[in-house]
Design a binder for this molecule. Structure first.
Ligand SMILES: *Cc1c(COP(=O)(O)O)cnc(C)c1O
Length: 380
């Protein structure tokens, strides 16, 4: 089969499509001579807050910083515990530690692969201050259930929305579902910069003020420093480019959802294959399209032989990473997260994947799992 390459992500086409507007935005920043904060950052913050339906948005240099500063802005640090999912990307947990607080891991639920709300209640101690659910792969965590556990125990709820720009839970946008949220603009995220970037969003005026101080050396007025802060600002040039891309985010997410629907139609009923479920209260934005199979290695090899790239998100659960050995969890501690690490495979997913390309991926997947992998690949 000929035709354009099937890519895992496709930033080239996105940038070609919007190249003129991106170039104009970059040129305007260069011409302005203002590269740190300023009106471009303020405009993007306003537009992103409006998009998320939150009162405030504070641009920072990464998703990691957004998580860390959001926790600090809530006064969370040494001696506090923050509950999060064992099935997430490294940064969620590492950002909690960076504040001095202790991450408390709980297992995921197998259906949507997000934090298990029932496990949260069981992990609460007198030191618990916050819960940090992750909308993994772009599917929102069960924020209604999490909110009710949090209310019972007087916990702050902060979203790791780094994979969920534009997702909805009960009709409301990711970012507006708790006390605050962290977004990443890492290039391959649903909204990506030409480098690193991030955003913390909140409805609380005091949290907004603290975030602005924390990202800028504790300073609001130049050379006057109210609190201990950091240099974690969002670069102006990134804000200008992100503001262009924000205008196309809903279209891109709609395209991702169409790809997911086509995968679902084409792959339903393939033996030994688990497909991502979408809750009736959720509108997922498919940062990744993650299937599950016991034959992951064979499936990835058959796809590679057919020229189709795949990924594993993530191969080792948080508690079994050497970097988190000090948390003291042995294998078997979080069976759902461990089973997922052994069985998940991410198929190509981006807004420009054509109907034919999805059909081709599905053909190879289905051939592999029904024992015709070698044949299908050799004809690829
Ligand atoms: C990408 C990501 C982060 C970190 O974002 P960076 O911008 O790379 O620092 C945190 N949490 C999750 C779930 C992510 O996917």
């Amino acid at each position: 089969m000929t035709g354009p390459d099937i890519r895992f992500v496709d930033l080239d086409t996105e940038h070609e499509t919007h190249r003129r507007d991106i170039d104009t935005a970059i040129a305007a920043v260069i011409d302005s001579g203002a590269f740190i904060l300023g009106p471009e950052v303020e405009r993007f913050e306003r537009n992103f807050a409006t998009y998320c339906t939150t009162g405030h948005a504070v641009g920072v240099d990464s998703g990691f910083s957004a998580l860390e500063l959001l926790l600090l802005a809530h006064g969370i640090g040494a001696g506090d515990e923050v509950i999060t999912s064992a099935n997430t990307f490294h940064s969620t947990v590492r950002a909690i530690e960076a504040t001095g607080a202790t991450p408390v891991l709980v297992d995921a639920e197998p259906r949507y692969r997000n934090i298990d709300p029932e496990a949260i209640a069981a992990a609460v101690t007198p030191a618990t201050r916050a819960v940090l659910p992750v909308h993994l792969y772009g599917h929102p965590a069960d924020m209604a259930a999490i909110g009710s556990v949090a209310a019972d125990h007087d916990l702050v709820v902060l979203e790791d929305a780094c994979q969920a720009h534009g997702a909805r839970c009960h009709g409301r946008r990711a970012g507006s579902l708790g006390d605050g949220a962290a977004f990443s603009f890492y290039p391959a995220k649903n909204l990506g910069a030409l480098g690193d970037g991030g955003m913390a969003v909140t409805d609380h005026d005091t949290v907004d003020h603290r975030l602005r101080l924390l990202r800028n050396l504790g300073s609001e007025v130049k050379y006057h420093h109210e609190i201990s802060g950091f240099n974690r600002r969002l670069d102006t040039i990134h804000a200008a480019v992100l503001d262009v891309k924000l205008g196309h985010l809903d279209d891109a997410n709609r395209a991702r959802r169409l790809v997911a629907e086509r995968y679902r139609d084409a792959l339903a009923g393939v033996p030994g294959l688990g497909l991502p479920a979408e809750a009736d209260w959720a509108e997922a934005v498919y940062h990744l399209y993650v299937v599950e199979t016991a034959d992951r290695t064979a499936l990835a090899e058959d796809l590679a032989a057919a020229g189709i790239p795949t990924g594993i998100h993530y191969p080792v659960p948080i508690h079994l990473q050497p970097a988190f050995a000090h948390l003291g969890h042995a294998a078997g501690a979080f069976p759902v997260a461990e089973a997922l690490a052994d069985t998940v495979l991410s198929l190509p997913m981006h807004p420009y994947l054509s109907e034919d390309q999805v059909a081709r991926v599905a053909e190879v997947v289905s051939g592999s799992l029904t024992g015709r992998g070698a044949l299908s690949a050799s004809h690829g």
